[in-house]
Design a protein around this ligand. Structure first.
Ligand code: ZN
Length: 897
């Protein structure tokens, strides 16, 4: 089998190489060889080959080529297609969806949108109207390909699906065409796909290298999976930070498709996955959705069985985290699905057993499940439309239980409160803003606070986003405890905690009875900025908000001389907490008072920060401006460790947070270049999560980094970066990783023979096989709450602690008072959970352990974050501490400037 296919690939490639020197990569593995029996094709519809010059599956189609082909289809059949750009990637590439249907269906696309939007709010409709809409609307099927850019075959499958829906005659196409509207998104992540393709073109020769270690099949850092800022776009459906996903979420709410399929690739040694998904399910799925998933799975299985293809279901890929492309649609009443094909990761890849998986195999399998999905939606159109209506009606009626309302008081960080409210609007959640001051459930609600009812069509989404935990099924949890007791990994695919209030550090309170006047909030008109008054002395900016972070970043970029107070001040009767920014006219002699006022006003408007004019620098209580606790905060030059061994998510997301959320540029520097002389030009070096920094830097590099810190540098290390600086042989941070508390101690194994024992019973045997000196069990991603040490500037702006997303097993011992500060440390066991389920023994061991530490090293400072504050750019609360580290840290060292 292997020899035969390889031979074919080789011969084809030889011919291609000899005859078509200018051609890109290709293999003799076209798709049309297996297809539906008795299907013929309309010759008027352009084939891929007629437009792009190669058969489906022969080459890896680029974004431009994909759009060229879709445009060719659109111009051949304008009355049966429509191509719409819905977003632009960071690198400026258009993201499109391509609609296909019959002429009759396409003529009423706008009516179909309006009809689905009407069904999405069934309380507003009469029963007759619901019935007639169900009668007349097609099943809208959304097929979204290639969210991970190096999962390549799906884009070509999307093109073939479009072609088949337009050109194929015979079963099943004649029927499914009649009552569906199909949207094809050929590439949800064009920047990632092009990154993969560049790498592939650069490494390809005259024939596919099929080895698992061949250069063309092993991408350099960062792989094409992620977008420009190295985000996993299939996790961004909850935080909504990336333009690609923001565009999709908006488009979804125009059409409310009955099914949204996210089409992927997995390891070369696998087969094919389609639903039903694995346990655990998010508890806000309803039975009808599980039944629909089953129906889709069975129909795909029917075709795979007919063609003799392997597949698996109900394993690995679960439906718990609501921020996937296959889960988010469920909370609007649709179903979402993931399909996964064994990847060729190139044109052809070799399995461990010697079999070859080709790119064309992926195109073909994905084409079959795409069509199978359309077929299922088509033949169940009425039932699935009814299920959609019923999901939204029952949520609106509150049949999912839970509190009626969630209060979001306009308190704490107002900019974070508004951001949370605007984010919920983007998700399609109905939200109201109060037009009077009031109170509910003993909570003060200033005017401009927000109310979110769980009694709305997206009510289940409201609950899973805002509640601290969406409980997993008891039997599933029990099974995981059983596995853990045996030292096996828990069967969880992603994080367990995602509560938006914890991520944003915004107070949200459940409440059943609210009577405060409020109006619908549509996401616009957020009160952002009050123009600061003129002053003869200067202005104060209270710290601890997202807006103040943007203000500081912008002030530093414009070379405004800004100071930060490390202590509490009371000025003109108002108390200012630690961290307040001070812009003094006397400190900015290059500008007169009017000019400075204009500049400060502009920064206030741009950032949304509260800026308070003061005509005195006298503090009635606490420090005055001239105190040594009021530090100058010069603009730092920031290097961000890049490339191997950093984790690309962590490096990319950190860059995104600083650049796009706060507006401050960073310079990525490859780890291998950090030891260069130019390092001295930087004030801050960030080490994101990563693998073995020590070996990547080498002994000389580590010494160079230490010398740089010793002369006044600020080194900010997170998760894997922190593991590196805490290593004994590196010695930059005086803490240590902990073993599992109460774990089995290390035994004495000197020599080849040990003392004999008698194992009296099964229990004694069980304890004899326990591993010695184990590390704590790994946490899959849970939000943990912290407490604040108020004696260090590093925690300025954070009075009650913030939540961190903890993954893994890195529990550190606290720093002693002579070693440094535990600026934030985890809460007591009964209060540590801020989102998601935590294993009991982890709760006990993580309590009171450090979350953020700082220690002096020579004239410099080393800051360690146990967990990434920039995780998925979603932890706005924790980012206040991160900004302290990178933007305020250099003001606290004796640096050369
Ligand atoms: Zn994927």
């Amino acid at each position: 089998m292997r020899g035969h296919v390889l031979f074919k690939v080789l011969i084809s490639a030889l011919l291609t190489g000899l005859l078509m020197l200018s051609a890109a990569v290709s293999a003799d593995t076209a798709v049309e060889s297996v297809g539906w029996p008795d299907v013929s094709f309309d010759q008027a519809v352009p084939t891929l080959e007629s437009v792009l010059g190669y058969a489906p599956g022969e080459r890896i189609t680029s974004i431009d080529q994909a759009h060229t082909y879709l445009r060719a289809l659109a111009s051949a059949l304008p009355e049966r297609t429509r191509m719409v750009e819905y977003a632009r990637s960071w690198e400026g590439r258009p993201l499109v969806y391509f609609l296909v249907g019959t002429e009759e269906t396409m003529a009423r696309v706008d009516d179909i949108k309006a009809g689905m939007q009407a069904l999405a709010d069934p309380a507003e409709l009469s029963d007759e109207r619901v019935e007639s809409l169900i009668d007349e609307l097609p099943a809208v099927v959304w097929l979204a390909y290639g969210v991970h850019g190096n999962e390549i075959s799906s884009t070509d499958a999307g093109l073939q699906t479009a072609y088949h829906m337009l050109a194929a005659w015979g079963a099943p196409f004649d029927t499914i065409r009649e009552n569906t509207l199909v949207a094809i998104d050929p590439s949800q992540n064009p920047d990632g796909r092009e990154r993969f393709l560049n790498h592939f073109r650069e490494t390809y020769g005259i024939a596919p290298s099929t080895s698992a270690i061949a250069a063309e099949r092993r991408e350099p850092w960062p792989a094409g999976r992620t977008n420009h800022y190295l985000f996993d776009l299939n996790r961004d459906w909850l935080p909504l930070t990336q333009p690609e996903v923001i565009g999709r979420v908006a488009t979804f709410q125009e059409f409310f498709p009955l099914v949204h399929v996210d089409i992927h690739e997995m390891g070369t040694d696998s087969s094919y996955f389609f639903p039903p998904p694995a346990q655990p399910f998010n508890p806000h799925y309803v039975d009808a959705q599980e039944e629909m998933l089953d129906a889709y799975g069975r129909n795909n299985a029917k075709w795979f069985d007919r063609f003799g293809f392997e597949y698996f279901t109900q394993a690995v890929y679960d439906a718990y985290y609501p921020g996937y492309g296959d889960s988010w649609p469920a909370f609007h009443g649709s179903v979402g699905m993931t399909f996964e094909m064994a990847s060729a990761r190139g044109l052809a890849g070799e399995r461990r057993n010697g079999e070859i998986v080709t790119y064309a195999d992926g195109v073909q399998r994905h084409l079959i499940t795409s069509v199978g999905t359309i077929e299922t939606a088509s033949s169940n159109r009425e039932a699935f439309l009814s299920n959609f209506v019923e999901y939204r009606r029952s949520a609106d009626a509150g049949e999912h239980g839970g509190p009626r309302e969630y209060l979001i008081p306009l308190a704490g960080d107002a900019s974070a409160v508004h951001k949370l409210a605007s984010n919920l609007v983007r998700h399609g959640i109905g939200i109201r803003r109060t037009t009077e001051a009031g109170s509910a459930c003993d909570r003060d609600m200033p005017e401009g606070s927000y109310l979110v009812s769980s009694r709305q069509p997206a009510g289940r989404m409201v609950r899973t986003f805002l509640e601290q935990e969406s409980p997993m099924a008891e039997d599933f949890l029990a099974e995981q405890e059983r596995r853990r007791a045996l030292g096996l990994r828990a069967e969880l695919y992603d994080i367990l905690g995602w509560s938006l209030p914890s991520l944003y550090n915004v107070e949200v309170q459940a409440c059943d009875r609210v009577s405060i006047d409020a109006e619908v909030f549509d996401g616009s008109g957020v009160p952002a900025y009050a123009e600061p008054a003129a002053s003869q002395v200067g202005w104060l900016v209270p710290w601890g908000t997202q807006a103040a972070g943007r203000f500081l970043a912008a002030a530093q970029r414009t070379e405004l001389n800004v100071q930060g107070a490390d202590e509490v001040m009371t000025i003109s009767g108002r108390r200012y907490e630690r961290g307040t920014l001070v812009v003094r006219i006397a400190d900015n002699p290059q500008r007169d008072a009017d000019e400075l006022h204009m500049m400060v006003s502009h920064l206030a408007e741009m950032s949304g920060a509260e800026v308070v004019a003061t005509d005195t620098s006298y503090s009635e209580e606490g420090v005055s401006f001239g105190s040594s606790s009021v530090m100058s905060l010069p603009a730092p030059r920031i290097a961000l460790a890049w490339d191997d061994p950093t984790t690309s998510y962590s490096a990319g997301n950190t860059r995104f947070v600083l650049e796009r959320q706060y507006g401050y540029p960073v310079e990525p520097v490859r780890v291998e270049h950090l030891p260069a002389d130019e390092l001295d030009r930087f004030d801050v070096v960030i080490l994101p999560d990563g693998g073995n920094y020590a070996s990547a830097l080498g002994e000389r590099g580590v010494d160079r980094l230490k010398e740089w810190v010793g002369r006044g540098g600020v080194l900010v290390a997170m998760s894997g970066g922190m593991r590196f600086v805490a290593q004994d042989d590196v010695g930059l941070l005086p803490t240590d990783l902990e073993r599992l508390a109460d774990g089995k101690p290390e035994g004495d194994h000197e020599g080849d023979v040990v003392d004999g024992t008698q194992l009296e019973d099964q229990d004694a045997y069980q304890s004899a096989i326990l591993p010695e000196a184990p590390r704590p069990d790994s946490i899959p991603g849970v939000l943990l709450r912290t407490k604040t040490t108020t004696d260090t500037w590093l925690s300025a702006g954070v009075s009650d602690g913030v939540a961190f997303m903890v993954e893994g097993r890195d529990v550190y011992r606290p720093l002693t008072l002579d070693e440094g500060w535990n600026a934030l440390y985890f809460e007591a066991p009964d209060n540590i959970e801020a989102g998601g389920h935590l294993w009991a023994e982890n709760k006990a061991q993580w309590a009171f352990k450090p979350a953020v530490v700082q220690a002096s090293y020579g004239d410099g400072i080393v800051i360690g974050f146990v967990a990434d504050p920039t995780f998925r750019a979603a932890l706005d609360g924790a980012n206040v501490v991160f900004l302290n580290a990178v933007l305020r840290g250099p003001g606290h060292t004796a640096r050369l400037r």
